[in-house]
Design a binder for this molecule. Structure first.
Ligand SMILES: CC(C)(COP(=O)(O)OP(=O)(O)OC[C@H]1O[C@@H](n2cnc3c(N)ncnc32)[C@H](O)[C@@H]1OP(=O)(O)O)[C@@H](O)C(=O)NCCC(=O)NCCS
Length: 182
């Protein structure tokens, strides 16, 4: 699905460029960035594979993938809506601020707020879901701050460093889509 440019007060959320792949190679080997990722790389990925991944994302009819850029043109992360289901009007959200200099400065809060607005208003989705590994305090705080509600704990849902771990499940329902109580 074509990802449009989305401008927020401080950031430009734009489609991937091939030059992003070199940044991903740095982020992929940063243990702090990878600590709570579902499939941590922890090793340099082949640049040709990264270019292929960009092409796959562009061809993905059920996904919208963006890079996050500061207003002075520094690329600092990625955000995506995946598994967009137009019948049920649902999607999953994932985000990585790969440039740690920008952690704790409100980037994820501002970007996720804008992506949720885009999903509800432009894509006419009703619900956005997200999974967060236990211990990812920052991500949990961001989702709650933006308006997501925790709707479950997926017990022992992932393998991490040979150990099983729990995963929090979050959801944000567009107010007009809420199930009316009888
Ligand atoms: C998790 C992540 C997205 C947070 O992004 P961010 O831009 O730093 O988040 P924000 O600045 O919007 O933070 C919002 C709030 O959470 C707090 N916060 C952020 N990271 C935190 C952390 N590690 N520990 C405690 N609080 C944290 C901020 O201080 C802020 O608090 P405030 O509202 O009281 O001021 C970012 O650290 C990241 O990309 N990490 C690596 C990849 C990752 O884990 N992605 C998520 C996979 S599910």
């Amino acid at each position: 699905m074509k990802a449009p440019n989305i401008e927020t007060n401080s950031y430009l959320i734009r489609p991937f460029k091939t030059s992003d792949a070199e940044l991903w190679q740095k982020w992929d080997i940063d243990p702090e960035v990878q600590a709570f990722m579902p499939e941590p790389f922890n090793e340099v990925q082949d640049i040709e594979e990264q270019y292929k991944y960009i092409e796959e994302c562009e061809a993905d009819e059920e996904g919208c993938y963006w890079s996050i850029e500061t207003k002075n043109g520094t690329t600092i992360g990625t955000v995506a809506l995946t598994e967009i289901n137009e019948y049920h009007k649902i999607a999953n959200l994932g985000i990585v601020i790969g440039d740690k200099n920008h952690w704790g400065k409100g980037v994820a809060t501002e970007v996720i707020t804008a992506i949720v607005a885009h999903a509800f208003e432009q894509l006419h989705l009703c619900r956005i879901s997200a999974e967060v590994e236990e211990g990812n305090v920052g991500m949990i705080k961001v989702f709650k701050k933006v308006g997501f509600k925790q709707d479950g704990l997926l017990e022992s849902a992932r393998l991490k460093n040979t150990k099983r771990i729990n995963v929090h499940h979050f959801g944000f329902v567009k107010p007009s889509c809420k199930v009316k109580s009888k």
